[in-house]
Design a protein around this ligand. Structure first.
Ligand SMILES: *Cc1c(COP(=O)(O)O)cnc(C)c1O
Length: 374
């Protein structure tokens, strides 16, 4: 094999999709933004579609377009589209768009008119996260939306919002946001606009808040077998999810060093005894965070070997221990589901002061994705 690879288990993707389908009567939207959280857009989308995903969703429009051009036939939403995007292609390919400003509404209407086709739109409401979505200006925008729908200038497909703290199931804010959402959906209904699809739940809400399921769940991190929040919600195994990504690299070199030697840039770590060090063929250019500490590492020759010193651009060093049987050229597991004793994605996240989302999403383009159906 090459110096590194990320193995993506498409059977795990399918299982994680079927798992949530079995827990809800809502439709399931597989969130495949950011190259399917680093797992590979088209392969994951196809596996999810085959396993029963009712919708596919991306943030960027170019990913929505790539899905349709890649053969996805289920409805697709792309929800983070600034003014000036290729809405012509989106509308031609029946990609649903999200609207959260009057400027965007007007642009989409005008592109739709030029094509003689009403764009499919989901209206995004800010229910308290204060990120995307119509906020306090909702009252003045509502009549514009009603007008556009009645004039058939847009096809109003859905209304949606997003939770700020769904990964803390006990946070009061979840209820507050849901109440605001319900109230705004009602206002739209009362104005004579009946939207078929109402959606607010991400993975965390899908797993913990049935009242939020409405009729579409947006299943993101759970699709990849990872927990939305290990501390508040438990790890993958306790949630019944199967991590799909396993990262491999190689030992470019194994060598013995004496105790008291500093390792790597800045000499931030020192060997505590005579030991063997291993040079691992991945670095921050591949998405291994530079600030990872010794709570992460690799698995090789039947043992864990913790990181020592700073991660470099293309490599990092691990402390194999004096008795390690690892050899130059050996393949190593950087992370996986932990079933062989390897570090998990959650352990890596903790060692880098971040979340599992960021660990998988940042695995770079230099690392080939290899697909299995274990
Ligand atoms: C990323 C995203 C999701 C999925 O969130 P997870 O926590 O990964 O389930 C859902 N909805 C929107 C709008 C998103 O941007």
């Amino acid at each position: 094999m090459s110096r590194a690879r990320a193995e993506i288990n498409l059977a795990a993707i399918a299982e994680n999709l079927k798992f949530i389908k079995s827990k809800t009567s809502a439709q399931v939207l597989a969130v495949v933004k950011a190259d399917a959280y680093g797992h590979g857009l088209i392969n994951v989308a196809k596996a999810a579609e085959k396993a029963g995903a009712d919708w596919l969703g991306t943030a960027l429009l170019e990913e929505g377009i790539a899905l349709r051009n890649g053969g996805i036939t289920k409805p697709i939403i792309s929800w983070l589209t600034p003014i000036g995007e290729d809405f012509k292609t989106a509308i031609n390919l029946d990609i649903d768009l999200s609207v959260s400003s009057i400027e965007l509404l007007n642009e989409i209407i005008s592109v739709g008119k030029s094509l003689n086709k009403a764009p499919r739109v989901h209206i995004e409401i800010d229910t308290g996260m204060n990120r995307g979505g119509f906020g306090d200006d909702w009252g003045s925008l509502l009549p514009e939306i009603v007008k556009a729908v009645k004039a058939n200038e847009i096809k109003a497909i859905g209304i949606w919002s997003h939770f700020a703290r769904a990964d803390e199931p006990n946070a009061v804010m979840n209820k507050t946001q849901l109440d605001v959402f319900t109230q705004k959906v009602k206002q739209l209904n009362d104005s004579g606009v009946n939207l078929e699809f109402i959606h607010i739940a991400n993975s965390a809400a899908a797993l913990s808040n049935e009242a939020a399921h409405k009729n579409i769940i947006r299943w993101g991190i759970g699709l990849y077998g990872l927990s939305p929040d290990v501390i508040n919600m438990g790890d993958s195994a306790s949630l019944g999810l199967k991590p799909a990504m396993k990262l491999f690299a190689k030992l470019q070199l194994v060598k013995s060093v004496k105790t008291g030697q500093s390792v790597g840039y800045g000499g931030t770590a020192t060997t505590k005894s005579d030991t063997k060090l291993g040079v691992v063929t991945l670095g921050y250019a591949d998405g291994v965070p530079r600030n990872a500490n010794e709570l992460a590492g690799i698995y090789v020759a039947g043992k864990r070997a913790p990181l020592i010193g700073r991660v470099s651009m293309d490599q990092f060093v691990v402390d194999l221990g004096a008795n390690s049987l690892a050899k130059t050229g050996d393949e190593v597991i950087v992370f996986g589901d932990g079933s062989q004793g390897e570090y998990t994605i959650d352990e890596w996240a903790k060692a880098c002061g971040t979340i599992n989302y960021e660990i998988v999403t940042r695995i770079g383009v230099r690392v080939p994705r290899i697909y299995s159906r274990e």
